[in-house]
Write a protein that binds this ligand. Structure first.
Ligand code: C2E
Ligand code: CA
Ligand code: CA
Ligand code: CA
Length: 279
């Protein structure tokens, strides 16, 4: 900690490490980021493995920092969660994603779901369904074209509250997905208790996916389990044709990953949607 008294002038106390100082500066910058329109949404397509059509777009936030360049969510979302700035950021993400998707539909592009990532803090807030309801009304997006992604960590932090919120969202017609499936410790009880439409199989299982591997057995089991529960399955982080072929063979519904497309700016989406329309 900084020393008081005669050392007060010492702004950069040696014991205040560089990383902590850096976080402090970034927190202050983040405070202005929304007002200065420095946050941007990228979108990564989810592609139906049978038809090749884009069925969803996951909204992934980036921060166009004036000095540091394009920052990935890992560089500022955890910080925003600590400081509470995550609420304003999440609301901006939700509103912007709904606005973009509404505009794409109005332009006559094939309708797709837009998926937003929810943060644990948003589940502390009982008003979340109302906030989402209001955003849908303001932007005009039909509820079935919005999907929320939650992680197992969020789900188990306060299961009763999370279930209640997801039930309200489902009643409104909003789709719900469990993100990073298989990386937590309570996956199976979550599937039993939570109102979900979609499971996203974590990249950790897809990365080493090849016929005959343990990952192949696991992914096949997850797909069968999910289908048995009436869920659709999306494989995350698909990078190779081999992975795609295997997923097709076992009946996985959709894929998301660099093989089809990296996350791209909103400006690039109309062409991508148009291209699958022409198929
Ligand atoms: P996620 O929800 O699991 O998102 C998928 C991440 O995997 C994205 O990283 C994406 O760029 C990356 N990815 C997609 N396909 C591939 C692939 O084929 N190979 C590899 N190696 N990576 C792939 P990104 O955009 O850096 O986002 C990281 C995480 O930040 C997200 O993980 C999500 O948890 C969080 N995040 C992103 N946007 C938001 C947001 O608006 N709100 C909140 N609360 N969290 C967000
Ligand atoms: Ca996600
Ligand atoms: Ca994920
Ligand atoms: Ca992840």
């Amino acid at each position: 900690a900084k020393q008081q008294g005669k050392n007060q002038f010492q702004l950069y106390a040696p014991e205040m490490n560089e990383a902590a100082l850096d976080q402090l500066v970034l927190t202050n910058d983040l405070h202005h980021a929304l007002r200065r329109h420095e946050l941007v949404l990228y979108y990564q397509p989810q592609v139906d493995l049978q038809t090749g059509q884009i069925v969803g777009l996951e909204a992934l936030v980036r921060w166009q920092h004036p000095e540091r360049g394009l920052l990935s969510p890992g560089q500022f979302i955890p910080l925003a969660e600590e400081t509470g700035q995550i609420h304003a950021i999440s609301q901006w993400v939700l509103h912007t994603a709904c606005t973009h998707n509404y505009a794409w539909q109005q332009a006559g592009l094939p309708p797709v779901r837009v998926a937003v990532n929810l943060s644990a803090q948003q589940f502390q807030n009982h008003d979340l369904p109302r906030l989402i309801q209001r955003t849908l009304l303001e932007t005009g997006l039909p509820p079935q074209h919005l999907e929320v992604e939650i992680t197992e960590t969020i789900a188990i932090a306060n299961p009763e509250k999370a279930i209640a919120i997801l039930q309200q969202l489902r009643q409104m017609g909003v789709q719900t997905a469990l993100d990073d499936f298989g990386t937590g410790y309570s996956s199976l009880s979550i599937l039993q208790q939570f109102p979900l439409h979609q499971l996203k199989i974590d990249r950790a299982f897809i990365r080493h996916l090849a016929p005959g591997t343990k990952e192949a057995a696991l992914v096949r089991a997850i797909v069968n389990l999910g289908h048995g529960l009436g869920l659709t399955l999306v494989a995350e982080g698909v990078e190779t044709v081999e992975q795609q072929t295997f997923l097709q063979a076992i009946g996985c519904n959709a894929m998301q990953g660099y093989l089809f497309s990296q996350p791209v700016s909103a400006a690039a989406i109309p062409d991508l949607l148009q291209a699958t329309l022409a198929r």
